[in-house]
Write a new protein. Structure first.
Length: 496
């Protein structure tokens, strides 16, 4: 184990605490103990724990009360409850309140090991998801304080985690939206492995990677001889995922005919394999994902509106990395640690100028592309810090274009979708508009001004109509609505 994990054992029986500690200590965990619920909550406020083993019946504060506090204030701690066989109702209530799992007294060594392994596997999934859309703190000192690690400007990720926490204990369909590389499958896995379905299969299907004439067979299965080449009976993904979660990635690529059949399955929870007259009952939770504008597809008649409403009960949106450039330092640090372990290197960071250059790149491949860029640097870099020269060539070229562009003497900036140019002072302020004066610009500040002006002009040219603006200006609807709210723009001001 490359990094020691923190475990808290909260139980009023000293012999039980000692037994658990003696079993887990050889595995390299940092283990703390609490003799009652009050002491457990006090320790949780002072330190971040990866795993909490929590007895239900304790003095001062019972385990269920501690659990509720953990879910409200420390939602990323994985909690497993300890209960006597006679009190299994407590365990059921704890699972409903967000506990990962439970174990009965007297504890058996093999069951304890399995519980710990499963709990930590689920914790790692949630941690990995956090780096697909990380939380960014506004104060550097706060980032080192576990008490404040979820406080900052990263409200988007906090909303995602809160939603995952709520979705883990219900069975409703989920639609995850975002560009490629933003971590949609990781979110789906985090929902599954923190839900009551965690012991059942998680089955992922890429709808865009299956030929149209094989989609039905892939999802529902087929009987022997159902079509040419069907030499034996095949079980479909719905049956494989029975009792668990079916992740339908690239949902926007599903053919219309299959959309109709999928809608019926969602309504009736029954499937009929190709070439069969028999219906099979299935218990499957659907988590779908797409990077496409489904609202636009509905208008074009390529995606069914009724299926959209069925899937979009609980939508989740993952923003692209270019809208969260302040998160890049945390991501880079994470990937450096990851690749040091994987490749046996001792890279101790990234040069400040190289990190600054990464923030200039638009990252069309999002988190996945950044991860690949850092791994590329690990292969190329010969020193103990990542330098700009170790970035992939296409990133270097793009960064150089932007740097050269910002170094030009600014006189005018063309307004989006307009035939005239606007003085640079409209965007950067009169104090910087003198062409003989060396201009000092703040990239993020000027980017926001430009975005706001772009959206206003786009709305004006489209009479304030949201859907029409999205279509003609090539802006995803969720992005446009989020920016309108952020910049306090009223589309009605531009109605024609």
């Amino acid at each position: 184990m490359s990094e020691k994990l923190n475990v808290l054992i909260a139980d009023d029986e000293p012999e039980l605490r000692a037994g658990i500690k003696s079993q887990l200590s050889p595995r390299g965990f940092n283990i703390d103990e609490a003799v009652d619920g009050g002491q457990a909550w006090s320790k949780l406020q002072q330190k971040k724990y990866d795993l909490v083993l929590l007895d239900v019946r304790m003095p001062v504060m019972d385990g269920l009360e501690v659990l509720k506090k953990i879910r409200a204030h420390r939602p990323f701690s994985t909690v497993a409850v300890i209960t006597a066989h006679a009190n299994l109702k407590d365990a059921v209530e704890a699972i409903r309140d967000g506990a990962f799992d439970y174990i009965e007294k007297p504890l058996q060594a093999d069951k304890l090991d399995k519980l710990v392994d499963k709990a930590l596997a689920a914790r790692l999934l949630v941690e990995e998801m956090s780096f697909s859309s990380p939380i960014e703190n506004s104060n550097a000192d706060e980032r080192e304080n576990p008490k404040d690690e979820f406080i900052g400007r990263g409200e988007t990720m906090q909303r995602v985690f809160r939603m995952v926490d709520r979705l883990a204990n219900v069975h409703t369909s989920v639609l995850i939206r975002g560009e490629n590389g933003t971590g949609k499958e990781l979110v789906a896995k985090a929902i599954h492995y923190n839900s009551p379905r965690k012991d059942r299969p998680f089955v992922a299907v890429n709808c865009g990677a299956i030929s149209e004439n094989l989609v039905e067979s892939e999802l529902f299965g087929h009987e022997k001889g159902a079509f040419t080449g069907a030499q034996q009976r095949k079980i479909g993904k719905f049956q494989f995922a029975s009792g668990g979660t079916l992740f339908l990635d690239e949902m926007g690529d599903l053919p219309l005919q299959m959309q109709v059949k999928l809608l019926r399955v969602l309504q009736d929870q029954k499937i009929t394999p190709v070439g069969s007259n028999r219906e099979f009952k299935v218990d499957v939770r659907i988590v779908a994902a797409t990077n496409k504008n489904l609202e636009k597809m509905i208008e074009q008649g390529t995606f069914r509106q009724d299926l959209f409403y069925r899937l979009n009960v609980m939508p989740l949106f993952l923003p692209p990395l270019r809208e969260r450039t302040t998160d890049i330092p945390f991501l880079v640090d994470h990937f450096i640690k990851k690749f040091n372990s994987r490749h046996g290197r001792e890279i101790n960071g990234i040069q400040p100028d190289a990190l600054a250059k990464l923030k200039l790149y638009s990252w069309p491949g999002n988190i996945r592309e950044l991860e690949n860029a850092i791994e590329h640097a690990f292969v190329v870099e010969t020193k103990n810090q990542i330098s700009e020269s170790s970035f992939p060539e296409h990133i270097l070229e793009s960064i150089q274009d932007k740097v050269e562009g910002w170094d030009l003497p600014f006189e005018t900036i063309r307004r989006p979708n307009a035939e005239t140019t606007a003085p640079v002072s409209d965007f950067i302020g009169p104090e910087n508009s003198n062409p003989n004066h060396k201009i000092t610009l703040d990239f993020h500040q000027e980017k926001e001004k430009f975005e706001r002006e772009f959206i206003i002009q786009a709305l004006r040219h489209n009479g304030g109509k949201i859907n029409q603006t999205c279509d003609r200006a090539n802006i995803p609807k969720n992005t446009l609505l989020r920016k309108i709210k952020r910049y306090k723009i009223n589309p009605r001001d531009y109605e024609s």
